[in-house]
Design a protein around this ligand. Structure first.
Ligand code: FRU
Length: 496
């Protein structure tokens, strides 16, 4: 992945060739993280789906392996999940020292969308399809797909499945026989309904309340297409409780977005994560223009892995929010030569631009930036990555909203839905003594995590030359009383 092929990402998952979409079957077992994905091995546009496969021991360096699942007489292999069957509940185990890994996926064929399973007794290197497939059929032959399975503490398996405009939950003892438990989301008041619901994920997370008590809550992620906050594809989430059969969402009104940017879809989490973290990766793309991205050999890529946590904002409405922060392993990408900008604090007066990297001494198409700001009154400012050719992408704040402007990133005309400015509603006031913003920049992607991950935005861009420098622009009106102080910033070049 270190090649200089135009737009090729340095440290993100992308296939050597051809089309990919959703991450699938993400599972950890015996020292290895497995990431499967929707893969069309014969073209760079969507087509008959296979499960491609890539592995990593550290969530940073990935090795692409042969295709794991091929289409069969039941259908193409749509999205789904994998679990480790430690108790051999399926009876698939053949080696007492190796637990079976079971993939649960949607077979999409002439008879509609049905769920199937396949198992591996060699640590996910090869899979055998279960002869009793499909294991779950749709009584209504509509949208009925993307099973995400987890094991509950009582030993039962539970599946979240996207069914049209809602989620259905199914239970099983052996992954082969499934019974419907409940539904969530049929009520139009529950979340956003601007498109079809896809790729759900259900998981528990602890949250420490402002009062000091720690409790377990459940999060349900649901991708939706179209209907995202910046049009097209996006993932919404709900916080609530799961009692073994029903998901009960807390009655907080507005829809919450996992990522407000346009390019993080179908995000789901690893099962059996060894440190019990909740780590998500998404397809870094949007169905609005996914088939037109201006890459040549391959098309499609994943976001960096992100650790999800719940935080109590101690506000009356929507107090508990999901935060996304880059998974700590990514620090291994940092070049030893750290560029620490002027450690002394300094104020950026209105109408002032400062360079965060100096062209002569620091240029890298893959960078991580961490900047801590003190903001006493909501100012207008932006943080931009740019190149000598005048191309740039900017993330900033304007009155009440975060924004991301990719209108000057070079090739913006490959699809008319692509260009423009994208907005995010901040979950709380951004005036703060310590407002931390982290940016992961790669050759053709920009991922920003503001306010310690309370707002994240992910965007692709296609500059003619890499955006390898950074500046900060405090563009509030001259004479404005808005103050912006840089308390600290650090920039690392990232190795590939
Ligand atoms: C989401 C999705 C899934 C489906 C898969 C097909 O991007 O539409 O619902 O399983 O892609 O490739």
């Amino acid at each position: 992945q270190c090649t200089r092929e135009q737009h090729r990402l340095r440290y993100h998952v992308s296939p050597a060739e051809h089309w990919i979409n959703d991450p699938n079957g993400m599972v950890y077992y015996d020292g290895v993280y497995h990431l499967f994905y929707q893969y069309h091995p014969y073209d760079t546009v969507w087509g008959p789906m296979h499960w491609g496969h890539t592995i990593s021991t550290d969530l940073v360096a990935w090795t692409e392996l042969p295709i794991a699942l091929y289409p069969d007489e039941i259908g193409d292999i749509f999205s789904g999940s994998s679990v480790v069957d430690f108790t051999n509940s399926t009876g698939f185990q053949t080696n007492p020292d190796i637990a079976p890994i079971v993939a649960i996926y949607t077979s999409a064929g002439g008879e509609g969308q049905r769920q199937s399973i396949a198992y591996s007794n060699d640590k996910a290197m090869t899979f055998t399809k279960y002869e009793g497939n499909p294991v779950l059929t749709d009584p209504n032959s509509g949208d009925f797909r993307d099973p995400k399975v987890r094991k509950l503490l009582n030993g039962k398996w539970v599946m979240a499945l996207a069914v049209g405009n809602k989620i259905e939950f199914f239970g099983s003892d052996d992954l082969k026989t499934w019974n419907k438990l409940s539904e969530f989301g049929a009520d139009p008041e529950q979340g956003s309904h601007g498109g079809v619901w896809e790729c759900p994920d259900l998981f528990p997370l602890n949250v420490t309340l402002a009062a000091g008590v720690t409790l377990e809550m459940w999060v349900l992620i649901v991708s939706i297409n179209p209907g995202g906050p910046n049009r097209g594809s996006a993932a919404q989430y709900f916080v609530g409780d799961f009692n073994g059969t029903h998901f009960i969402s807390n009655p907080w009104v507005n829809t919450q977005w996992l990522d407000w940017g346009p390019d993080n879809y179908a995000a789901v989490t690893f099962s059996n994560e060894p440190q019990n973290r909740v780590i998500a990766m998404g397809w870094m793309n949007n169905w609005l223009y996914a088939n037109n991205l201006p890459t040549v050999a391959w098309r499609g890529q994943m976001t960096i892995p992100r650790t999800l946590e719940l935080r109590d904002l101690n506000q009356t409405s929507n107090p508990i929010r999901l935060t996304s922060v880059p998974t700590s392993e990514l620090e291994a990408l940092r070049n030893p030569l750290e560029y620490v900008g002027n450690n002394a604090e300094f104020t950026v007066p209105p109408q002032t631009v400062i360079q965060l990297t100096e062209q002569a001494t620091f240029k890298n198409p893959a960078m991580e930036l961490e900047i801590t700001l003190e903001i006493t009154e909501q100012p207008g400012f932006s943080l931009c990555a740019y190149n000598a050719g005048g191309e740039e992408i900017c993330f900033g704040f304007n009155e009440t909203r975060w924004y991301l402007d990719r209108s000057k990133t070079g090739n913006t005309g490959f699809n008319q839905e692509y260009a423009g400015t994208l907005y995010a509603t901040a979950p709380r006031e951004i005036t703060a003594e310590e407002m931390k913003i982290r940016v992961f920049l790669d050759v053709s992607s920009f991922e920003v995590f503001a306010d310690d991950g309370l707002t994240s935005m992910t965007s692709l861009f296609y500059a003619n030359e890499p955006l390898d420098m950074l500046y900060l622009n405090h563009w509030s009106d001259a004479g404005s009383s808005a103050t912006l102080k840089v308390k600290n910033f650090k920039v690392w070049g990232l190795v590939c």
